[in-house]
Design a protein around this ligand. Structure first.
Ligand SMILES: [Zn+2]
Ligand SMILES: [Zn+2]
Length: 241
């Protein structure tokens, strides 16, 4: 009843085409076919599609330092996803997160359960961006996945200590520099003893994975803070091979 009323007052729109959906729908039938899911086999580290299972890691992950041991990606970061993600991030289309979270759980819920994270950790945005936008899209997605899988979401451990330029606007060398010192862990609230006992294994969650630099910087900080095993969940993945 309550859901029905909410739907009447604020009808949900399709994350792909913006068409008003029927109650209970998260995407229209046409766009459900357009959003490209990542197919198996996938890279163990980032979740990108790879040609053969025997490879285990994609080209980028075999050649880069990676602090995580596990990774899942749900969708390809193609044109339809770019728009849906940008609508969620910059244009207040928070409903899009429901579709992304539902697909993450239906596609990879069992993989996440097998990894058995003590917490989900959204990649944080800087305070000033939070003020501009009013929310962190990765945290919204995280909250919904956490609720569906019964896994707590921890937002006060990993922090964005420095405001950075948007990665997409930078070349690869500047991208790497841009992130130096961008993230830190709150050691006052989470001394390493507490991390070792409460958060030995976590799943970092972000909306977009391209070069993997952002996730790697976050994973490195978590590892330095005492987290033993780090997994990644990216709603969409692009670039690289
Ligand atoms: Zn649609
Ligand atoms: Zn990879």
């Amino acid at each position: 009843m309550k859901e029905g009323l909410t739907h009447l007052l604020y009808p949900r729109k399709c994350p792909g085409c913006g068409m008003v959906l029927s109650a209970g729908e998260l995407v229209c039938a046409e766009c459900a076919k357009e959003f490209a899911l990542i197919e198996e086999p996938t890279c163990l580290i980032c979740g990108r599609h790879i040609e053969s299972e025997a490879e285990e890691r994609c080209y980028t992950c075999t050649r880069s330092e990676r602090s995580n041991i596990f990774g899942i990606a749900i969708f390809a970061y193609d044109d339809i996803m770019k728009k849906a993600m940008s609508d969620l991030k910059f244009h207040g289309q928070k409903d899009n997160a429901d579709y992304f979270a539902a697909m993450a759980v239906s596609r990879s819920g069992s993989k996440i359960r097998n990894f058995d994270p003590c917490a989900l950790i959204p990649v944080p945005v800087h305070k000033s961006r939070l003020r501009e936008r009013g929310y962190n899209q990765a945290e919204i997605i995280c909250d919904k996945i956490g609720e569906m899988l019964g896994i707590p979401v921890v937002t006060d451990l990993l922090q964005r200590s420095r405001k950075t330029d948007y990665q997409k606007n930078l070349g690869s060398i500047m991208r790497r520099r841009n992130l130096e010192g961008a993230f830190s862990c709150n050691n006052k609230v989470y001394p390493s003893g507490r991390i070792k006992s409460e958060l030995p294994r976590v799943l970092l969650v972000d909306d977009i994975y391209t070069t993997g630099n952002t996730m790697e910087h976050c994973a490195r900080k978590l590892s330095e803070a005492g987290v033993d095993e780090i997994g990644l969940l990216s709603i969409s993945i692009g670039g690289g091979t």
